[in-house]
Design a protein around this ligand. Structure first.
Ligand SMILES: *Cc1c(COP(=O)(O)O)cnc(C)c1O
Length: 228
């Protein structure tokens, strides 16, 4: 076994143990392997070990890697970085998911640029409930109006919510942040029953996220090693 395959297995084992601890099932949690800044060879290795969902943060890099790995038909690309409106075009047809929608303009552009012959692009609304100035994402008040706009765009499919809460070393604090996101997710779901995805939790706050009902976690360095 190589290092990446080993670490990937450890990540799944860890998710399995944590979900068991909180009475959840690992089959309800998807792992997105965050491959930003890592070479395509590392993605190939993870894919060959069975991983299918990969996350990227930089639009041009995401697009280029998706093109280079076009022979992997079952690969699933998730865009998890900030979006500038001049980058929507390269994302609209290279990604399967865009997790960081935080304004209608971006949603509209992705819809207009998505090839109508393809499956709709899966999208998540990014929330920022800790009101951190430096981060993108909408407040809980803005979620439903944005969802209402997205739902009109037939080349997008609204799947749920994504969050990157305030960094904290305290498990209790982490849980508190994730609990707010979970409440927001439930409110959205009650309006739009097709909503099924709550993307939260990274290497450092995985347990708190799963404890609060994450259905998708995003892990980078614990699989691919530290980034420079
Ligand atoms: C980089 C990144 C991750 C993964 O972070 P790690 O600490 O490497 O696990 C998850 N989500 C987002 C949005 C990221 O930018």
């Amino acid at each position: 076994m190589n290092k990446i395959a080993d670490r990937l297995q450890s990540a799944y084992d860890k998710i399995g143990l944590i979900s068991q601890k909180y009475g959840n099932s690992i089959s309800n949690i998807r792992l997105v392997a965050v491959s930003k800044t890592k070479p395509v060879e590392d993605i190939r290795t993870a894919y060959e070990a069975g991983q299918r969902a990969f996350g990227e943060n930089y639009a041009q890099e995401a697009h280029d890697k998706a093109n280079q790995l076009a022979d992997f038909e079952a690969i699933e690309w998730h865009y998890i970085g900030p979006i500038q409106s001049n980058k929507t075009k390269i994302l609209a047809n290279s990604m399967d998911w865009v997790q960081t929608i935080d304004r209608e303009k971006i949603a509209r552009r992705l819809h207009e640029q998505r090839d109508p012959h393809r499956q709709p692009l899966n999208v998540l609304i990014q929330v920022n409930l800790d009101e951190e100035e430096s981060k993108s994402g909408v407040s809980d008040q803005e979620v439903l109006p944005l969802a209402q706009a997205i739902i009109q765009l037939e080349r997008l499919k609204l799947r749920g919510i994504m969050a990157i809460p305030q960094k904290s070393e305290s498990f209790e604090q982490q849980r508190k942040s994730f609990a707010k996101v979970q409440a927001c997710f439930q409110a959205l779901k009650s309006q739009y029953p097709q909503v099924d995805t709550l993307s939260m939790g990274m290497s450092g706050d995985l347990e708190a996220a799963i404890a609060e009902g994450a259905t998708m976690v995003r892990i980078g360095s614990a699989i691919f090693g530290p980034r420079n």
